[in-house]
Design a protein around this ligand. Structure first.
Ligand code: G16
Length: 539
């Protein structure tokens, strides 16, 4: 074991989901090592502990895994369970942490951000419950990183992570496990694979776009292998370190190949895509896109049709910017609906306490208490299970849902790569204006309330403030604005737009939301502060 003297970096502050930076920032001497040591210090060391380790296979994943193994050995960890080749999807890692009752795990991913030497890399720590570290722990990591003077590492040759089985370095066991097996077994306990298999056997067609990212082997094994979907159902199914140049973000902009096929003349019955690390999903029916907020609501309303949820839901939770569609389902079911800040870590306590069973976010994340991460393939299988039982198309299921609950028209506009100082100025100015907004009329809408969202965790009482500006209108419409906490360059302004309708469900969301969109631009003076007139991405 060697102790290396180092100098602290002042920018190792975890964001919405761990530390994300350009890959070449992580590759500079000591950068990764410093943060890993800060994680170890923040969790009280790893001596005698067992950890899970894996990443989404992006560029530098392989090197980073070797470094972390040598550092865990040097700090006295008892064992590290690693996905074969150093690869694990984020939900599979969460599952392994829980199944094997480990002390936590390190996940290497920048999620939906592109991969490559000039693109993005990331690292986060998940707790023993399988969920992302809460703010109290990520703040401790930042404090440790800011004062770090040394880290420990074992000098050893690379460990062979290609072969399954157990090896050892410096007295620490390294167990290499199949990435897919445990996860696929878990899915079989939740969903009716026989019913889905019968649906595929009856001619049901599907396209799953794995976007050259980590879900490929999982989707191929489960959809084509176990459920009998036609060979070739999974496209871009081979994970590549640069995701084949794709931007592995499953939304209509970046998963445009899938969108084109699903809106085209020979569209399959069902389409889905997943992201870099397999926790996000986009769901599309033949000729119809399902917004993530609607997807969550439909899953909540129909979850009882899947065997793992047959006894009903304890409650549902959504992030604040997510539409209120699921809240309407919760009222109907007579269950609690929780509203949390953006970040899956905020769902952990609700899931652990048994208060919520399903959770979801507008950012293409849905999941349940089966793990403590959002889970892309889980959502796809839940949809398949519902389609197999209801024997209706996605379009028909959505139409019936809106007829019963009304439709929350919803869209998110992203302004990417905005100058950070200008974005901060804009948000500062907007925040200052909030107190004077109630009663104001704008674009034919009257503002009823305006605030900066703060959340008190109902389980542990912790408070998270400044989680996004909300402007609410008398007719139930809503604008939310916040800056992304997952980007690696400049600032990304996210503008979330929502309007509830009791009739007229076939409008284009951009048209239905037109006055809310104009109000958002006027209230925040987006063009004045950022110079932007149009968003870069619309979801
Ligand atoms: C992460 C978080 C999500 C969050 C998303 C977007 O997802 O886990 O809870 O909704 O980022 O966050 P932001 O709006 O701050 O960019 P992922 O898939 O990137 O790990």
């Amino acid at each position: 074991m060697t102790t290396i003297q180092t100098v602290a970096f002042d920018d190792q502050k975890p964001g919405t989901s761990g530390l994300r930076k350009k890959t070449n920032v992580f590759m500079q001497p000591h950068y990764l090592e410093n943060f890993v040591q800060a994680i170890f210090n923040a969790i009280g060391g790893v001596r005698g502990k067992t950890l899970v380790l894996g990443g989404d296979g992006r560029f530098y994943n392989d090197r980073a895994v070797q470094i972390i193994l040598r550092m865990a050995a040097a700090s006295g960890a008892a064992k590290v369970i690693v996905g074969q080749g150093g690869v694990l999807s984020t939900p599979a890692a969460s599952n392994l942490i829980r199944q094997r009752k480990t002390d936590g795990g390190i996940i290497l991913s920048a999620s939906h951000n592109p991969g490559g030497e000039d693109e993005d890399f990331g690292i986060k720590f998940n707790m023993a419950n399988g969920g992302p570290a809460p703010e109290s722990v990520t703040e401790a990591m930042f404090r440790e990183a800011s004062v770090l003077v040394s880290y420990n590492i074992t000098e050893t040759a690379d460990i062979d992570l290609g072969a399954l089985g157990e090896t050892e370095i410096g007295g620490m066991a390294v167990e290499v496990v199949d990435c897919v097996a445990d996860y696929a077994a878990l899915m079989e306990t939740l969903f009716d694979f026989d019913a889905i298999r019968a649906m595929f056997a009856g001619g049901f067609t599907m396209r799953f776009d794995a976007m050259c990212a980590v879900t490929g082997p999982y989707a191929t094994e489960i959809l084509e292998g176990r459920l009998g979907a036609a060979a070739g159902t999974v496209t871009h199914g081979t994970p590549l370190p640069d995701f084949g140049g794709m931007h592995p973000d499953p939304n209509p902009t970046w998963a445009h190949e899938l969108m084109d096929e699903m809106m085209g003349p020979n569209a399959p019955d069902f389409g889905a895509a997943s992201d870099g690390d397999g926790d996000r999903n986009m769901v599309v029916g033949r000729g119809i896109y399902v917004s993530p907020s609607d997807s969550l609501a439909v899953l909540a309303a129909n979850a009882h049709l899947a065997k793992g949820y047959a006894k009903g839901l304890a409650g549902v939770a959504r992030s604040m910017p997510t539409s209120a569609a699921v809240d309407r389902v919760a009222v109907d079911l007579g269950i609690a609906a929780y509203e949390t800040p953006t970040g899956w870590k905020f769902f952990g306590n609700l899931l652990d306490a048994g208060r919520a069973t399903l959770c979801g976010e507008e950012s293409f994340g849905t999941g349940s208490d089966h793990v403590r991460e959002k889970d892309g393939l889980w959502a796809v299988l839940m949809w398949l299970n519902i389609l197999a039982v209801r024997k209706q198309s996605v379009a028909d299921i959505l139409a019936a849902h809106w007829a019963k609950y009304g439709r929350n028209y919803y869209s998110r506009h992203d302004f990417e790569g905005v100058d950070k100082d200008k974005a901060d100025l804009m948000m500062g100015s907007l925040r200052k204006s909030l107190a004077g907004l109630p009663g104001t009329q704008i674009e034919g809408l009257t503002i009823s309330a305006a605030d900066d969202f703060a959340y008190t965790d109902p389980v542990d009482g912790s408070v998270s403030s400044k989680q996004g500006v909300r402007i609410l209108f008398e007719d139930g419409s809503r604008i939310v604005m916040r800056l992304s906490g997952t980007g690696t360059q400049g600032a990304t302004l996210r503008v979330y737009l929502e309007q509830y309708a009791e009739a007229g469900f076939d409008r284009d969301p951009q048209e239905a939301l037109a006055s809310v969109i104009r109000a958002a631009h006027e209230l925040a003076q987006i063009t004045h502060f950022t110079g932007r007139t149009e968003p870069d991405v619309i979801t």
